[in-house]
Each structure stands twice: as structure tokens, then as C-alpha cells.
Design a protein around this ligand. Structure first.
Ligand SMILES: Cc1ncc(COP(=O)(O)O)c(C=O)c1O
Length: 412
């Protein structure tokens, strides 16, 4: 079998997504809990477990209850998404996040994962170079390798040095060559929960403009800025080399609905659209229409604003602080205090250099699932996601206690 696979399939087999792999343990635990000595505490993936906003559920129900609407929702939408959905996104961006976008700059897809792949297909050729931060959301490395059939070179811009988030623009400039096509940022960051300040962010965009390079900004965690509020670069008009990668997965707690969108220049959107015609045909329709229905009510926009801009950051900040308080009790580790997002990234080198071994021993011995830092580009670190336990602090505290016990057993 191995001999008939493509080089890229062999690469994918050798580099599976550790988070998706851990998911199979979770699925197994759900089916056969009796096989495990304790309840599995899953702190591995970025899956919010708190419910989507109630008006979204109601809108979905209304569509399901109305035969005509249900029939329309069952049809293929256009490749870029239902036109009413694109219009609703313009309202959503403006009314919630204060950003003016035009419909021509928008394209929706089956989650931002799908759209990132289509974007890479649209702008990368063999021999091109891409700059990712280090650490960076693990799927981007795999996607670029797969899309380019291992033909694009990935350079890493280290943003964490000596345990601190300290991105250096000169260092980024030193990585750019005439082959550089794209710089990709995630803010707030996955796996580190760090947020680019205004000066560095605008510096990256300026540098890229100057060198004729695209900048893609993944804003999956935009509604999860804790204390600083949402930086103004997330609401100013799009600059010409910027591609914004947005998703409703986290903001609206609908990761299984697969709803993402891109904001980019219309010519690029058109190119991506034609690629999507071949790759996915179109996004899923019912959830787009539920979103449209929800946003068509003025009072619900107000409700959503409070859900996204007040309740969400407050709730997630509280849990992030709890994780940090618990980590303060653990000897021999150091962590990055998150400014946003779902994750706390911590350095376990003094306990075990090999992050995959750390994660698998913790899972085997104490049934707590984390994600290994090496997959994000940083060996000796591990990522804890508190999104799955945001509604269950007791479970989180128990998980932290098990991590502490595991570490003391390793040290003794
Ligand atoms: C930074 C980042 N971007 C994108 C995604 C995937 O988003 P989607 O559900 O829209 O495919 C994730 C998922 O964890 C993520 O962490």
C-alpha cells in the first residue's frame, strides 16, 4: 500500500495532526469509559463547549419548521455563499466589530480551514516562501505542505524568546526574500494566547506592503481579547495586501457547523472562488440562512454585541486566570500568561524535553489530554486548552491537580 501513495500522503501520514489524533482517544473514552481508570479530562483541542447564542438556535428552528424555508435551505448556495449571508456578514462586521467591509471582499466556506487551503492554492507556487510565526497554529504548516506538495519553503519567525512574547520586526525583515509570498499571523495566538500590539502589527503590514508580500491574519479568537479589548487594527479598513481569515466556530460556539469567511481584495476573492468551484462546490446552506435570520433583528444585534464583546471575554478571562493560578502552584514549569484566546502554553523542559512523551505519559497515567508544543514549532512546551471545560471549573481544577501529581511523580 505504502508504495502507491503520493509523497504528500506519506508526509501527511508521518505528520498527522496530534489534536485530531487525540480526538480518537476522546471518542473511544465516550464509547468505552470502563476501559479507563479515571474520567478523561480533555484539555487538548480548542472546542468551546458552552452553547451558541440562543437566537441562533431559534432561527435554526424557525427554518426547520417552515416547509418552504427548509426546502430553500436544502439547495446549493452559490460558491461564495448565499448572497443574503454575505450581506449579513457585512452587517455583522460593522455592527459588532466596527469594521467596514464590502460584499465583493467576502467569500464564505466550510470553516476557515477550508478557506485557508483555497487561499494557499490561490497564491502559492512551487519555490515560493511563506513566513509563519514560531510557535504557530499547527494546521498551517501541514496545509501549506500538502497544498504545495512539499514545494513551498516555510520559514519561522520566532515570537517567543526566553519565555516571553517578544516579536522583533528586524528579525522578520531578515527572513523576507524576493520569493516570500505570504506572512501569516494568528492573533490572539494559538497555541500561546498572545496578542500583537498595534506597533508590531502595523509594522508587519507595512513591511509586507513595502516588499509586495501578502499578510494573512487569522482572527479565530477575535472575540476573546481579555483585558485590552479588541485592538483597533481589527476594526480599521482592510489594507490592500491583507487577507483576513475569520471563523464563526469559536465566536458563536459553532465549530461543528463549519462557518468561516475570508475578507480580501475582490480579485483574489474571485480567484479563490473559482478554486472553490472545483474543491467544495459551495458551503453548507442551512446554517448560513439561520445566521441571516438571526441578524435580521435589530434587538438581537444588540444582544449579540453584549454576548461577543462583554460576556465572552469576561467568561474566558476568568477561566484563563484560574488556569494561571493553578499553574502557579506547579514547580519547574513556566507559562505565558495569555492575553486572549483559549490556551495556556507552558514550558515543561525541566520535567521532560520531549513534549509528545510528556503528553502521552500524562494521558496514559492520569487521563488528562494536552497538546504537544513540538507540533506548533516549540519542543519542550505543551498547550492546555481550557475551552472544553469553560462550563466546568471543578473538572478543570481536577485536571490541574492531576497535572501537578504527574509532574511531582516525574521529579521524584
Ligand atoms: C487559529 C485557528 N484558526 C483556524 C481554526 C479552525 O477554524 P475553523 O473551525 O473555522 O475551520 C482553528 C481551530 O482550532 C484555530 O485555532
Amino acid at each position: 500500500m505504502g508504495t502507491s501513495l503520493s509523497q504528500v500522503a506519506k508526509y501527511a501520514l508521518e505528520n498527522p495532526s496530534s489534536i485530531r489524533e487525540i480526538m480518537s482517544v476522546v471518542a473511544d473514552f465516550r464509547k468505552h469509559p470502563e476501559k479507563y481508570p479515571r474520567r478523561l479530562i480533555y484539555l487538548g483541542g480548542g472546542w468551546p463547549q458552552d452553547p451558541p447564542p440562543e437566537p441562533l438556535r431559534k432561527a435554526f428552528l424557525q427554518i426547520a419548521e417552515n416547509k418552504e424555508e427548509f426546502r430553500l435551505a436544502a439547495r446549493y448556495p452559490p460558491t461564495r455563499g448565499d448572497p443574503d449571508f454575505l450581506e449579513a456578514l457585512v452587517i455583522y462586521e460593522r455592527e459588532i466589530f466596527g469594521r467596514e467591509v464590502e460584499e465583493a471582499e467576502l467569500l464564505s466556506g466550510i470553516g476557515s480551514t477550508d478557506l485557508a487551503v483555497a487561499l494557499f492554492f490561490s497564491i502559492l507556487d512551487p519555490g515560493d516562501e511563506v513566513i509563519l510565526t514560531n510557535p504557530c497554529y499547527l494546521n498551517y504548516t501541514r496545509q501549506i505542505e500538502i497544498v504545495s506538495r512539499l514545494g513551498v519553503s516555510i520559514k519561522r519567525w520566532p515570537t517567543i524568546k526566553d519565555g516571553e512574547f517578544s516579536p522583533d520586526l528586524d528579525e522578520l525583515q531578515g527572513l523576507i526574500t524576493d520569493k516570500t509570498k505570504l506572512i501569516l499571523l494568528v492573533t490572539p495566538g494559538n497555541p500561546d494566547g498572545q496578542v500583537f500590539d498595534e506597533k508590531i502589527f502595523e509594522g508587519v503590514v507595512e513591511t509586507a506592503l513595502d516588499k509586495n508580500v501578502f499578510v494573512a491574519i487569522d482572527i479565530a479568537y477575535r472575540a476573546f481579547h481579555y483585558e485590552t479589548g479588541i485592538p483597533s487594527y481589527l476594526s480599521r479598513p482592510r489594507r490592500e495586501n491583507e487577507i483576513w481569515i475569520a471563523t464563526l466556530s469559536k465566536e458563536l460556539r459553532v465549530p461543528g457547523w463549519r462557518m468561516g469567511y475570508l475578507i480580501a481584495e475582490p480579485e483574489l476573492i474571485r480567484a479563490i472562488e473559482t478554486i472553490q468551484q472545483a474543491m467544495t462546490l459551495c458551503p453548507a446552506h442551512p446554517q448560513q440562512l439561520a445566521f441571516v435570520k438571526m441578524l435580521s433583528q435589530e434587538d438581537i444585534i444588540r444582544e449579540l454585541r453584549s454576548f461577543l464583546l462583554e460576556e465572552t471575554p469576561k467568561k474566558y478571562h476568568k477561566i484563563a486566570s484560574l488556569v494561571c493560578d493553578e499553574l502557579d502552584k506547579v514547580p519547574h514549569i513556566r507559562y505565558l500568561r495569555p492575553a486572549g484566546g483559549f490556551y495556556v502554553f507552558f514550558d515543561v523542559k525541566e520535567i521532560l524535553e520531549d513534549s509528545k512523551t510528556f503528553v502521552s505519559q500524562l494521558l496514559n497515567d492520569w487521563q488528562v489530554a494536552l497538546a504537544p508544543g513540538v507540533d506548533f514549532g516549540m519542543e519542550g512546551w505543551v498547550r492546555l486548552s481550557f475551552a472544553p471545560v469553560v462550563e466546568d471549573q471543578e473538572l478543570l481544577v481536577e485536571g490541574m491537580e492531576r497535572i501537578r501529581k504527574f509532574i511531582s511523580s516525574r521529579l521524584s
